[in-house]
Design a protein around this ligand. Structure first.
Ligand SMILES: [Zn+2]
Length: 279
């Protein structure tokens, strides 16, 4: 395996070095090396949140917008805990490697992620070069919603870990109802997609500027359960001059000429960095 990975790292490094644009696509697996849970299956979710297992609540149940209608302190138990966790998390060194490549090799850079954790912004990526498919925990909206407003999450949450209830529920400044994270949840008809739509437009313009140029897509930790990120990688990969490097320890498969690296995000990025130094 090790020798096989080394030759894959070299081929990936050659692709990065020859590229003119870098598109980073990332799923939950990107955060694992920063110590974040990826909620992989019910087992992964309950390992991170044992109380929900005792209550018989799955990730799909916890990420349900109805809590904000009926019991917002319970809804904010989950999202307030995650707000605190993501604020406290230090992005692993793989994030900086991606920025270094763009700077050193003069690559145009854009990020497209299903993660709502804000870790790319925290790692210094430009906010106007990030698409968050499912929104962000660092932004709030009205639960109703009464209006289209989206505002920054500056709230502080204390969480009772015995009940997973928040000590505080943020309110909509316009109508006084509970506010909720501007995150697309499961079975969610109230999510305000305007911020993500603006990001989508920025991404579309970025890709149209790259027309005819060599694009490398580095995909990190994006599984098949929620296929948004993989589909985006493959769509860009189908453009002429584009190649996808799929880094995934469990589901690395992708058809040629794209490249499949069966390892975690940080291991894959560090391996490519080392190979870049040997080119
Ligand atoms: Zn409102």
């Amino acid at each position: 395996m090790a020798a096989g990975l080394d030759s894959l790292f070299r081929e990936a490094a050659e692709t990065v070095a020859a590229a003119q644009a870098l598109v980073v696509t990332a799923g939950a697996g990107m955060g694992v090396d920063s110590g974040l849970p990826d909620f992989r299956g019910d087992t992964g979710f309950w390992r991170a949140y044992p109380l929900y297992q005792r209550l018989g609540i799955s990730f799909v149940d916890a990420a349900n917008p109805e809590h904000f209608e009926h019991d917002p302190a319970f809804g904010w138990g989950f999202y307030g805990h995650r707000t605190n966790l993501y604020r406290a998390t230090v992005p692993h060194p793989g994030f900086a490697l991606l920025r270094d490549w763009a700077a050193r090799l003069g690559l145009d850079l854009f990020v497209a992620t299903s993660n709502v954790d804000g870790q790319f912004q925290k790692a210094g990526f430009a906010d106007d070069a990030i698409l968050e498919f499912h929104g962000s925990i660092h932004h709030l909206q009205c639960t109703g919603p009464c209006c289209e407003r989206i505002w920054d999450n500056r709230e502080e949450f204390g969480i009772d870990h015995e009940t997973m209830r928040a000590d505080h529920v943020p309110l909509c400044p316009r109508c006084g109802r509970a506010a909720r994270p501007n995150i697309l949840m499961f079975g969610d008809y109230a999510w305000i997609g305007a911020r993500t739509a603006r990001q989508q437009e920025g991404f579309r313009q970025f890709l149209s500027r790259q027309s005819g140029r060599r694009i490398v897509v580095v995909e990190l930790g994006a599984g098949t359960a929620i296929p948004t990120v993989r589909a985006a990688s493959e769509r860009i990969g189908s453009l002429s001059g584009a190649r996808v490097i799929r880094i995934n320890p469990r589901e690395p498969e992708i058809r040629a000429p794209h490249l499949s690296l069966p390892c975690g995000a940080l291991e894959g990025l560090s391996g490519i960095e080392k190979a870049l130094g040997l080119l």
